[in-house]
Design a protein around this ligand. Structure first.
Ligand SMILES: [Zn+2]
Length: 194
């Protein structure tokens, strides 16, 4: 019994990211609920059809770019949504200035948050460098597996230390989705989702 990782959208395009991690006990995390960059203005009903909205899930938003959070209003109302504290503020401001104020609220972590539990998962937010303020990689642990979701990142400066001295262990999985720009991503080891 292991984690099941489903990329609902994001492997063949930049943005519109939506990834599901399911624990063998049935609990689920959704990593990002991004609006596709090519979606027409005002279009709705854009969540991936493959995403089962009839069962509970918790959503984690990696950073405040709309191609990673822009569909949160379409998520089931009883699904908790988490993001960084700065991201939550910036997302709310963005929604206001684009005249689509959010009805959803966020639960938040901050840049020095220790790993925290959501059901059977442990989440470690890792502040990273990106063109968006308060952007995070998310290290998810559950069922004896570790999955690193990089979100979007760039390597324009010295790497940000991993959370509180944590190190990726051999056997951990690196899962990259989203735009990395000119990051030298191909120099990173094994960008594989399992
Ligand atoms: Zn981004």
């Amino acid at each position: 019994m292991t984690l099941t990782l489903t990329v609902h959208r994001g492997t063949r395009q930049i943005g519109g990211v939506c990834i599901e991690i399911a624990h063998p006990d049935g609990e689920r995390l959704i990593l990002d609920a991004g609006r596709p960059l090519d979606a027409p203005e005002g279009a709705t009903g854009l969540l991936p059809a493959s995403l089962d909205r009839s069962r509970p899930a918790t959503v984690l938003i990696s950073h405040p770019h709309q191609d990673h959070w822009g569909l949160v209003e379409e998520l089931p109302a009883d699904w908790p949504i988490w993001t960084g504290s700065g991201s939550a503020k910036l997302i709310a401001v963005t929604a206001d200035i684009t005249r689509h104020p959010l009805t959803r609220t966020f639960q938040t972590w901050h840049s020095r948050s220790k790993p925290f539990a959501i059901g059977p998962f442990t989440i470690a937010p890792i502040l990273t460098d990106h063109s968006a303020f308060d952007a995070y990689m998310l290290l998810v642990e559950g069922a004896g597996k570790r999955v690193l979701y990089t979100g979007d990142f760039r390597r324009h400066r010295q790497p940000v230390p991993l959370h509180h001295g944590d190190q990726l262990q051999p056997g951990g999985n690196l899962c990259h989705h989203g735009s990395s720009g000119d990051t030298g991503l191909d120099q990173l080891p094994l960008p594989v989702c399992q």
